[in-house]
Design a protein around this ligand. Structure first.
Ligand SMILES: NC(=O)c1ccc[n+]([C@@H]2O[C@H](COP(=O)([O-])OP(=O)(O)OC[C@H]3O[C@@H](n4cnc5c(N)ncnc54)[C@H](O)[C@@H]3O)[C@@H](O)[C@H]2O)c1
Length: 259
């Protein structure tokens, strides 16, 4: 049987574009960085995890794709995030693709939440989306085009417990997407939200997915297959590319048809 996964699309419009990804060192973000570089984009990315960020740069250089720029930045520190975006733009030109991906889905019980935890989780799960978009918008306006992709979550659409702040933030990301699309559309800037289902990143596999969870996934999804970061990355590539040039303000669900 032919390997149908070797026949995925390439997007000429992504070649030479400057794509910035937050939380790009591991999980889905790592795949976004890797695949954008594979399309010939100049990629800059930030993360807290220095070792994984450096290993990703080395991996991309090794296979001959354009060398990304990586910096260790905490997205909760908005001035540092904006400085990283500005530095990357000095090097590669204005950011024309922004992927707001960094997040923290650590569990928290309702009774344990205090104001400090609430503010911290909002900072990592929605605040930086806004400020990164604000920082790239002038450059996109000058370039005459731009694609901002916010990562939402299926958790805002199903009944999950132990994640109240994360889920509130992820629901907010959808509203933010809609209003930014309206605010920035006149400048040719598109803003979309990608909603992943349950994706088998290393963190999910290590912390939460065992045999029982796998069975649950097969029951809940219309397509009884596990989803991997590459499945979400292909949606991100399409939204980043001109192939989706008139799509904005929408949510795009990649969840295998979760009930
Ligand atoms: N994996 C899933 O099943 C799933 C499901 C729904 C939504 N999502 C969303 O997709 C996105 C990626 O998820 P993931 O599963 O790859 O997450 P992950 O936890 O595996 O990776 C997140 C990355 O962000 C980095 N990061 C965390 N806090 C940071 C901070 N303060 N500053 C800078 N970097 C920071 C981490 O170091 C890590 O590299 C997130 O927005 C998440 O909410 C994931």
């Amino acid at each position: 049987m032919t390997d149908r996964t070797s026949a995925f699309a390439t997007y000429p419009s992504l070649e030479g574009q400057h794509a910035f990804v937050s939380g790009g060192a591991s999980g889905l973000g790592r795949e976004f960085v890797s695949q954008l570089a594979g399309q010939g984009s100049r990629v800059s990315f930030v993360d807290l995890d220095e070792a994984s960020g450096r290993s990703l740069v080395a991996e991309i250089v090794e296979r001959g794709d354009p060398e990304p720029v990586f910096s260790v930045v905490d997205v909760r520190n908005v001035p540092a995030l904006v400085a990283a975006i500005d530095d990357a733009a000095d090097r590669f030109g204005p950011v024309t693709v922004l992927v707001n991906n960094a997040a923290n889905d650590s569990r928290h019980a309702v009774a344990e939440v205090d104001v400090e935890l609430w503010d911290e989780r909002m900072a990592v799960n929605i605040r930086h989306h806004f400020f990164a978009a604000q920082a790239v918008a002038p450059g996109m306006r000058k370039a005459g085009h731009g694609s901002i992709i916010n990562l939402g979550s299926i958790s805002a659409h199903i009944d999950l417990t132990d994640l109240p702040i994360y889920i509130a933030a992820k629901a907010g990301v959808e509203g933010l997407t809609r209003t930014l699309a309206r605010e920035l559309g006149g400048d040719g800037i598109r803003v979309n939200c990608v909603i992943p289902g349950w994706i088998m990143t290393q963190r999910q596999l290590t912390m939460w997915v065992g045999d029982a969870e796998r069975e649950h996934i097969y029951r809940m999804q219309a397509l009884p297959e596990l989803l991997y970061p590459a499945d979400v990355a292909r949606m991100v590539l399409w939204l980043a590319a001109e192939d989706s040039r008139l799509c904005t303000g929408q949510t795009w669900v990649v969840d295998g048809g979760w009930e």
